[in-house]
Design a protein around this ligand. Structure first.
Ligand code: GEK
Length: 241
C-alpha cells in the first residue's frame, strides 16, 4: 500500500494538469481507493471475471496497469501458466508495479510493457482489463483502440471496461457528482483537495455516457455487453466477443 494521499492538500496557485508522475505514484494506491467509489470491489472481482474467460494457455492483458492492482487480482484467480501482460505509459507506474510484483510470492508470469495502449499491437488474448484508463485516452483514439482490442479478443473471450461516466440527464449528473464528492469527503479529503484535483483533471480526463460506451463496444464486434457493477458515476461493463 502506498503513502496517504496529501497531493492536493495545500493551496496551489494555478493547478497544473494531472499527470501520473513519480509523486503521484507514491500515493497512488491510497488516492484511487479513497477517490473511486466501488474501486476496491471492481478490482477484486476483475480477477474472478478473468478466470471465467481465460485458461491455462491464454494471454490476458491489463491496459493501464498502474501499480498492478488488477494484475494482482487476476494473478490470484488464474492458473500459473496463463500469460499476464500489463501495459502503462507512465515509467514510474511501471517501475512501482515491477517492485510490487516482485514482493508477491507466486503466481503466473507477468510481462510489463511501458507504452501507449493506443499504439500497441495486441496478441490474441482471452481477456482484457481496461480499468479506469480509457477516460484518459483522447476521445478520437477510443473507437480505434476498442476495435483493436475486440479483434484481439478470441471468440468467447471478454473485455472488462471500468470508467467514471457522465449522464445526459442534468439531474442525474448533479446527483452523482454530489454523491462522488460526498464520498471523497467521507474518505477524509477536504473541499480544497477535492476542488484542486477536479481542476487538475479537467483537461486530462473525459468521461463519456454509458450509451456511448455500449455503442462503441457493439460497433467494435462484441456481441454482448452489460453493466456488472455501478456505484454512483463509476461503473464497469463486461463485453463478450
Ligand atoms: C487500476 N487500471 O488500479 N496507454 C497506457 N497507459 C495509459 C495511457 C495510455 N495511452 N493513458 C493513461 N494510462 C488501474 C488504474 S489509472 C486510473 C488505472 C486513475 C495509464 C496511466 O499512466 C495510469 O497508470 C492509468 O492509465 C490510469 O485498476 O488514475 O483514475
Amino acid at each position: 500500500m502506498s503513502k496517504r494521499d496529501r497531493y492536493y492538500a495545500s493551496p496551489i496557485g494555478s493547478v497544473p494538469d494531472f499527470s501520473f508522475n513519480e509523486a503521484v505514484v507514491q500515493v497512488f494506491d491510497d488516492m484511487i481507493e479513497r477517490s473511486g467509489p466501488g474501486y476496491a470491489s471492481v478490482i477484486a472481482l476483475t480477477g474472478q471475471l478473468a478466470a471465467r474467460f481465460a485458461g491455462a494457455q491464454d494471454a490476458v492483458y491489463d491496459l493501464g496497469c498502474s501499480t498492478g492492482a488488477s494484475l494482482f487480482s487476476m494473478r490470484q484467480h488464474l492458473p500459473h501458466t496463463t500469460r499476464l501482460i500489463g501495459i502503462d505509459t507512465s515509467a514510474p507506474m511501471i517501475e512501482q508495479c515491477r517492485a510490487n510484483l516482485a514482493k508477491q510470492a507466486s503466481g503466473c508470469d507477468v510481462a510489463l510493457i511501458e507504452g501507449d495502449v493506443a499504439a500497441t499491437t495486441f496478441e490474441p488474448a482471452a481477456f482484457f482489463a481496461l480499468n479506469f484508463t480509457l477516460q484518459f485516452i483522447p476521445t478520437e483514439q477510443r473507437a480505434p483502440l476498442i476495435s483493436r482490442i475486440a479483434k484481439a479478443t478470441r471468440l468467447g473471450g471478454a473485455l472488462v471496461l471500468s470508467e467514471k461516466i457522465r449522464f445526459d440527464d442534468a439531474h442525474q449528473q448533479q446527483l452523482h457528482t454530489d454523491m462522488h464528492h460526498e464520498f471523497k469527503r467521507r474518505q477524509g479529503y477536504s473541499d480544497l483537495e477535492i476542488s484542486q484535483k477536479r481542476s487538475a483533471l479537467e483537461q486530462v480526463m473525459h468521461p463519456e455516457t454509458l450509451d456511448i460506451h455500449r455503442q462503441r463496444l457493439r460497433a467494435a464486434g462484441y456481441r454482448s455487453c452489460e453493466v456488472w457493477f455501478q456505484c454512483f458515476n463509476f461503473m464497469s461493463l463486461v463485453a463478450i466477443r
